[in-house]
Design a binder for this molecule. Structure first.
Ligand SMILES: NC(=O)c1ccc[n+]([C@@H]2O[C@H](COP(=O)([O-])OP(=O)(O)OC[C@H]3O[C@@H](n4cnc5c(N)ncnc54)[C@H](O)[C@@H]3O)[C@@H](O)[C@H]2O)c1
Length: 359
């Protein structure tokens, strides 16, 4: 079994810990070490995973520990850079949460360091493992509705900061910690999906707002031109509507239109998929049937209650480590998404479209 160490034991680390519990049941991987200055966080994660043998206050000690084969970085974004550089120095495989860093210069530094170290690395864009997103990707790739023409993506979710929703930490509402708000912190997932579906971006025009008054944006609207010619829009919102974290993706092709709604938990009731071809009525594809057939095709028991897409992401990463293949989504993919975000922020600041080539 692959032996993992995870640095950061907060909110999303609990989803990673659940993923490792399932992977331990599979005989694939176990979470043997965790690091966090907060002992309560460590115990919460250790309880979920059930396999933790080493506990550290400092992530660098975890990276150096010989029992740790693979390192997972799940701290607040400000700490990712130093930890990822240390993982590169140690030459261990890396799973890093998105965003890679709060500012674009640090992102480029981290991506270059991972490449120079030659370590396998995957980034936490687990939305790619959603069966509905995979369905969209296949529809674009096999041109079943002809050429893709344009798209609209809308992300809206509650402000994940303690000042708006009890029980959350507060670093996300501070620019020095998070680097950005709804766009960087959350909708970098959608930027990744847009680049995954339609390829690299050529130019972006964006407007941002800060309605809640923090020094990061809670509203951003982007117009995106891809090198492939496809054009799209992305609207992202952090607001006070609790228990909501939804993405709406609408794709328009020469002979088809697809409307997808997705959430961040496996089997969420919000999930939906409607397809309209050139003629005839629109077809509603049952998301539960799609999930079951996708899981079965991947060799996953559809009746298993897996809850978290992090399981599928870590399962894919572990397979790539065993097979010696390049992990996906990796740091090159993350760089494309970060380029889109950075161009959007510069566009919003300058009030003019920004070409990716000019970053
Ligand atoms: N892929 C996703 O969908 C997703 C979802 C949520 C969060 N994230 C990302 O995961 C990261 C963590 O987010 P979160 O919601 O768990 O945050 P959080 O604030 O809930 O938890 C962060 C944890 O890291 C610990 N920590 C702080 N500094 C540390 C350090 N130097 N070393 C070790 N531990 C440290 C804190 O004590 C806390 O327990 C962020 O980068 C966030 O953007 C990704």
């Amino acid at each position: 079994m692959l032996r993992y160490g995870m640095i950061g034991c907060g909110q999303i680390a609990q989803a990673h810990a659940a993923a490792f519990r399932f992977l331990t049941d599979d005989g694939v991987a176990e979470l043997v070490a965790v690091a966090d200055p907060d002992p309560e966080g460590i115990e919460r994660v250790a309880q979920i995973a059930g396999t933790v043998r080493h506990r550290f206050a400092d992530g660098h000690e975890l990276i150096a520990n010989p029992d740790v084969d693979v390192v997972v970085v799940v701290t607040p974004t400000r700490f990712h850079r130093d930890l990822i550089l240390a993982v590169c120095d140690a030459g261990k495989p890396l799973f890093a949460e998105k965003p890679l860093a709060p500012n674009y210069a640090a992102v480029v530094e981290v991506v270059d360091a991972v490449s120079a170290a030659g370590i396998p690395a995957q980034v936490g864009f687990q939305s790619r493992f959603h069966p509905i997103m995979r369905h969209l990707h296949e529809a674009v790739a096999d041109r079943r509705y002809g050429e893709p023409m344009g798209y609209m993506i809308r992300d809206d979710q509650f402000w994940p900061t303690g000042a708006v929703v009890d029980g959350h930490t507060t670093w996300r509402s501070q620019a020095s910690e998070a680097g950005g708000g709804a766009l960087l912190e959350h909708s970098i997932h959608s930027c990744d999906i847009a680049c995954w579906l339609f390829g690299p971006v050529r130019r972006v025009h964006a407007v941002t707002r800060s309605v809640f008054g923090y020094d990061v944006e809670d509203t951003a609207a982007l117009t995106i031109e891809h090198e492939s010619g496809v054009v799209g829009t992305l609207l992202t919102i952090f607001n006070g509507v609790q228990d909501r974290e939804e993405r709406r993706t609408e794709l328009f092709f020469e002979t088809g239109a697809v409307e997808a709604t997705t959430d961040f938990i496996i089997g969420a009731p919000e999930d939906g998929l409607l397809v309209k071809g050139a003629t005839g009525p629109a077809t509603r594809i049952d998301p539960e049937e799609l999930r079951r057939s996708t899981f079965a095709a991947d060799g996953i028991d559809p009746d298993r209650e897996l809850f978290v897409y992090q399981y599928l992401a870590h399962r894919a990463f572990a397979s790539s480590l065993v097979a010696g293949t390049v992990p996906s989504p990796n740091c090159s993919d993350a760089l494309e998404a970060h380029r889109l975000v950075e161009a959007a922020y510069r566009s919003a600041a300058l009030g003019t479209p920004i070409a990716i080539a000019d970053l």
